[in-house]
Design a protein. Structure first.
Ligand code: F6P
Length: 195
């Protein structure tokens, strides 16, 4: 069997405020998650030969990974969906300032591209090199972002473009993906860490 691990970063200051995008620091709860995750990984996974960690280049994933003892790689390709002109706004503010855009996104979330930003389709193409590597890797933990993890999970679990932008990716939870080499099956387990 082959196992991959995914986690969103711990709660960020922007998550607390309900703002999208940005490059915020972790909140105090987010820092607690970083401590719990490090304890979990260092005690259970850290001893697996070849275990490694990939994060985005944004502060919140790097801060989440900080105390994990494993080789780390930071990748721009794993940065969160670029929300363009909506960066730093709450969903309420987007609905108020850009009502037509807001409705268009609701109508076709996969193809909708934020003005001066990205769509889920753009993001899926951006993470393709990471996916190519993940298809042959074992014991990698990816610490990234909601939209990015939806793209990775959809590709690995064969979810279609309608489902992809709505895949449940809770905060403060390790998503463990086990692939059965023989049958080609894949099993997703959610491991919430209590903080
Ligand atoms: O709210 C956190 C966040 O990572 C935002 O930065 C990002 O725009 C959003 O999630 C993606 O989720 P959705 O596509 O559901 O808006």
């Amino acid at each position: 069997n082959r196992t991959l691990y995914f986690s969103r970063h711990g709660e960020s200051e922007y998550n607390v405020l309900g703002k999208v995008g940005g490059d915020a620091d972790l909140s105090s709860r987010g820092r607690q998650y970083a401590d719990c995750l490090a304890e979990y990984v260092n005690s259970t996974l850290g001893s697996i030969p070849g275990f490694k960690l990939w994060t985005s280049c944004l502060k919140r994933t790097i801060q989440t990974a900080k105390n994990i003892k494993a080789p780390q790689e930071h990748m721009e390709a794993l940065n969160e969906l670029d929300t363009g002109v909506c960066d730093g706004l709450t969903y309420e503010e987007i609905a108020e300032r850009y009502p037509i855009e807001f409705a268009a996104r609701d109508d076709d979330k996969f193809h909708y591209r934020y003005p001066e930003g990205e769509s889920y389709l753009d993001l899926l193409l951006r993470v393709q090199p990471v996916l190519d590597r993940l298809k042959v890797e074992d014991n990698v933990m990816v610490i990234a972002h909601q939209a990015v993890l939806r793209c990775l999970l959809a590709a690995l679990l064969n979810k279609d473009e309608k489902e992809l932008p709505y895949i449940h990716t809770p905060l403060h939870t390790v998503m463990q993906l086990s692939f059965n080499r023989a049958g080609g099956g894949c099993h997703l387990e959610l491991i919430p860490l209590s903080i």
